[in-house]
Ligand binder design. Structure first.
Ligand code: ADP
Length: 392
């Protein structure tokens, strides 16, 4: 028997999970369940410490993230029957205006997290289903919440205000920002490997299915492109990003209701909406359909403009970091963006960009550009270890 930490990450229709043993930052077993609540058989992928696929049984439909966790526990137990979970770390989308640090989940904390559901009705319930299922499955384990919003609680109030009547700010309508676990990891990787850059003005571009920028000074969030919701800012796979609010008023006037608008803005917009082909950047880059080319063009132009705006907020920029699926893998997107920022002092090293180097700017480029793979599970793991150590 060995003591384990389970890290879980409940996305909108997926659950990622990893088991860590002792002081190792490489998971002993990890996996992903996709297609949760989609009224179709869910898909489960399970991998060992070396990243090799482990066999799993077909799972049928998985109704919610609580059931998904039980499926994950079963699948892992088939390969690792002798382990005991000592603590569970949860990625929680929203910690509100006050929860800025990883927090051990007890009944009052769970009540606070429940009270935030109206701010993120599409995402927070999945996270909380995961918490309740983990509490039931491991009643003696410590449960720790780590918030996607927490990293941005250092933003000055002017970067949290929405330009609508002030009273809404006090009611919780403010810019919270998301992807905080990814930014936390990148900030710590920069401190470890590039301390001079970490101390400066850095824009991090987290470009996955969801995408945002974080402007950091000395490793702390100053501003971010996602705001009250995870819809604002950059164009994403299926989400609109920044959109003229007049378009929403027009669509409401034409008879669309809030649920239809939400469905459109979260699931049928962005790269998918413009291309009418796919939300997947790989597919779009390989397609010769002009709509795919246009979607890529709009994505890159929006990204470039937002990076420049973020540099202005920081009063200059010393480094640009690309991360997550598109940031780590889509060299043509990085090239377009870097070329579009040549006027800011970014001198792209095209060979380094194409061959997967960490530094993709030339050695004497005034503005450094780097590719750093993100690990959203690590800040959670480290927070859980710290809580375990603090409680003896
Ligand atoms: P999530 O937000 O779901 O965690 P990821 O960080 O995995 O998303 O990023 C998914 C995005 O990364 C998709 O648009 C996918 O097409 C893109 N991507 C992954 N690999 C490549 C690649 N080799 N070239 C271009 N895009 C890629």
């Amino acid at each position: 028997m060995s003591d384990e930490i389970l890290v879980i990450n409940a996305g909108s229709s997926s659950l990622k999970f990893s088991i860590f043993v002792d002081a190792d930052d490489t998971p002993e077993v990890s996996g992903n369940i996709d297609g949760i609540g989609q009224h179709q058989p869910a898909r489960i992928v399970l991998k060992d410490a070396a990243g090799a696929r482990l066999p799993t049984h077909g799972k049928g439909e998985v109704a919610d993230h609580g059931q998904a966790l039980l499926v994950a526990i079963d699948a892992m137990a088939a390969h690792y029957p002798d382990h005991s979970v000592k603590a569970v770390g949860h990625r929680i989308v929203h910690g509100g205006a006050d929860l800025a640090e990883p927090t051990v989940i007890d009944a009052p904390v769970l009540a606070v997290l429940e009270s935030l559901v109206p701010l993120v009705p599409l995402h927070q319930p999945h996270c909380l289903n995961g918490v309740r299922a983990a509490q039931a499955a491991f009643p003696d384990a410590m449960q720790v919440a780590c918030f996607d919003t927490a990293f941005h609680r250092t933003m000055p109030e002017i970067n949290q205000l929405c330009p609508i009547p002030r009273r809404f700010f006090d009611e919780g309508v403010r810019r919270y920002g998301f992807h905080g676990l990814s930014y936390d990891y990148i900030a710590s990787a920069l401190r470890r490997d590039h301390p001079a850059l970490a101390a400066g003005r850095v824009v991090v571009a987290h470009l996955g299915n969801g995408a945002s920028l974080c402007g950091m000074r000395n490793g702390r969030s100053v501003a971010t492109t996602m705001g009250f919701s995870a819809l604002d800012g950059l164009i994403m796979g299926t989400r609109s990003g920044h959109l003229d609010p007049g378009v929403l008023l027009h669509l409401l006037d034409r008879g669309m209701d809030a649920a239809e608008l939400s469905q459109m803005l979260y699931h049928r917009s962005g790269l998918l909406g413009i291309s009418e082909i796919s939300n997947d950047m790989r597919v779009l880059l390989e397609s010769d359909d002009p709509r795919a080319a246009q979607a890529v063009e709009v994505f890159a132009a929006s990204l470039t403009a937002h990076i420049a705006a973020m540099a202005a907020r920081l009063g200059g920029i010393d480094a640009l970091i690309f991360t997550a699926g598109i940031g780590e893998n889509a060299a043509p997107i990085r090239a377009r963006v870097c070329e579009g920022l040549a006027w800011l002092g970014l001198d792209l090293d095209a060979a380094a960009n194409d061959s997967g180097q960490e530094r993709i700017s030339t050695a004497d480029s005034p503005l450094a550009a780097l590719v750093i793979p993100t690990r959203e599970d690590l800040p959670i793991l480290h927070a859980v270890r710290a809580q375990l150590a603090a409680r003896g």
